[in-house]
Design a binder for this molecule. Structure first.
Ligand code: OAD
Length: 241
């Protein structure tokens, strides 16, 4: 793997670094990605962006939970990989550092990262559909509990952002602010197909950050980057530090 001298130099000197991550960083932990490798996830004949949609919460909440409990079942035995561990070490290396993740698997936190925005929520958290009270679930608590809110008796849903829903207020604004004045920006393991997360690269680039993509495959955003490192996150990230 060829890492340029320029990147090594910027990496050494940077004080503010922003990292956008997607499903690919967890692939080596055994978490299936949504796209890439010629596959798109399908659940019982339904594309993942249909079962994971705001509409389905209204018409088939039990079906949504079945899909999420299935994914929680896959995740409960998954552990952070070298990619997650490398990023958790970077937190102490740079004066200012932020991971903006689209992943809901919680693996960055398990690896020890603290400076992190989980843009799409967390699969082991649920919330009331009415009063929005939040509940943390144990990773092996499958099926989920509670099903009905302790406070207002309304159904409880996964606390994740579904297709057709807005991001939690303030999260993206904070990520944008950070990305717009970082010196070094990484996009790792994301197909760059889902907005607004994908637009963070453009924001960082427009404001002068050196932008690096880490992904075994080309993505629709690849031409924006100053440098594309083609390979697995778990192999490449340890080489950078
Ligand atoms: P995708 O599944 O769209 O893309 C995963 C990317 O990871 C692909 O570009 C792969 O080439 C790359 N990849 C695979 N293995 C890798 C490895 N070992 N190292 C580095 N990269 C690797 O996942 P996201 O871009 O995260 O949203 O998808 C974005 C959003 O779409 C998700 O957060 C989810 C989904 O709908 C919600 O659930 C709201």
């Amino acid at each position: 793997m060829q890492i340029s001298e320029k990147l090594r130099d910027i990496f050494r000197k940077s004080t503010k670094v922003c990292v956008l991550t997607g499903a690919g960083i967890s692939a080596e932990s055994g978490v299936p990605t949504f796209r890439g490798g010629g596959n798109s996830a399908v659940w019982k004949g339904m594309p993942f962006d249909e079962i994971s949609s705001a509409k389905m919460i209204k018409i088939d909440l039990d079906g949504v939970w079945e899909w999420f409990d299935y994914r929680r079942g896959i995740l409960k035995d998954c552990e952070p990989n070298e990619g997650h561990h490398s990023l958790s070490r970077w937190e102490n290396r740079f004066a200012e550092f932020l991971i903006v993740t689209q992943n809901i698997d919680g693996l960055h936190k398990i690896a020890g990262s603290q400076r992190i925005i989980e843009l799409h929520g967390n699969i082991n958290r649920s919330r009331c559909t009415k009063c929005r009270l939040k509940y943390e679930m144990e990773v092996d608590e499958i099926p989920h509990e509670p099903k009905i809110c302790d406070l207002c008796d309304s159904p409880v849903r996964p606390d994740v952002v579904l297709f057709g829903e807005m991001l939690p207020e303030g999260y993206f604004e904070y990520a944008t602010e950070f990305a717009s004045n970082c010196e070094l920006f990484f996009s790792i393991g994301t197909s760059a197909m889902v907005q607004p997360a994908a637009s963070l690269t453009e924001i960082a680039k427009r404001n002068g950050a050196y932008c690096v993509e880490i992904n075994p495959e080309e993505t629709p955003a690849s031409s924006l980057f100053d440098e594309c490192l083609r390979g697995k996150a778990g192999d490449i990230l340890p080489l950078l530090a």
